[in-house]
Design a protein around this ligand. Sequence first.
Ligand code: FDP
Length: 357
Amino acid sequence: MDGLSGRADFATRVAMATTTTWHPPKPDQRGFTVERHILEGQRAAKGATGELTALLQQITLCTKIIASRVNMAGLADHLGLTGETNVQGEEVQKLDALANATLIRNLSCGGKVCALGSEEEDQPVLPPDGYPCGKYVVLFDPLDGSSNIDVNVSIGTIFSIHERRSPGSSSGKVEDLLQVGTRQVAAGYVIYGSSTMLVYTTGQGVHGFTLDPAVGDFFLSHVNIRIPDRGKIYSVNEGNQAAWQPGVQKWVEWLKTPSEDKQRPYSGRYVGSLVADFHRTLLKGGVFAYPADKKNLSGKLRLMYEAAPLAMIAEQAGGLASTGKERILELVPSELHQRVPLYIGSKGDVEDVLRFL
Ligand code: FDP
């Protein structure tokens, strides 16, 4: 029996209820829905208007729709190519097109953005006539890791959010989209894997949510994720080795060479879906790299909707992200679909690469 049980204690309870206000202890946020978590963050942020919260909710809704289509892809005739080629010169998969359309339809009409930038769209996308413009821009890769779609390997959606720079409430301009990574107000990704997970940051740590498909909501499962200072895994497409610059070749050789202190050799893991390779790196530590090579002089990955949002997450979790020369988050973008070399992951492991480069 606890101290408040029994007849005498009933009086105490009544007295407490009438004379004081009792607050339950602050709950452990694990198990909170993503909506509740976003709202808690908003309550803590001075001057928050709720607009970012609403925008993040629109994005999570889109990713739930995409997750459901990804899960049903083989049954619903969503596999295979559309027959079109995107601005990157890549063949567009049906699921790529579906994910892109889902995000554009919901965000451009949702009243929270003044412009969108998508990997699948050559030009910025503006809200349709008659729909209000909001104070944010969102850049996204609707379905990253396209080459893995048809073989049931993890793929993902990546997003980056900035506040608009141009004044007024008319449609956004290119300058609103082309902002330096340090100005991101939020960034995140959803991985469609053995479970679907959302990982996001608004600059107050990195938090991970797992989708419960029976309920249809994301629930907080990974609180305040910290990337280990060092890992034991490197992740890079070694098929490109002959085209790398000597520094990169030496670095990978070094990772594979046994050391006396048993810290090396590292294990190699490469899914070929940036979101999946990054997610593993975030949780287990180590380093993911997509270096520049003779074919791709600026690397392959895109700054605005791949490297920059993941760099914000990596740094928020205590890791690093670099082009090999500069901090990803400080790069001043010159075009929407700009490519950059990327070295991202545990602090100690990224520092190692930089020594070799
Ligand atoms: P994909 O071309 O399959 O869409 O950004 C594109 C990306 O995948 C990343 O997800 C992935 O990390 C990388 O390219 C894989 O490129 P390689 O096939 O050249 O290794």
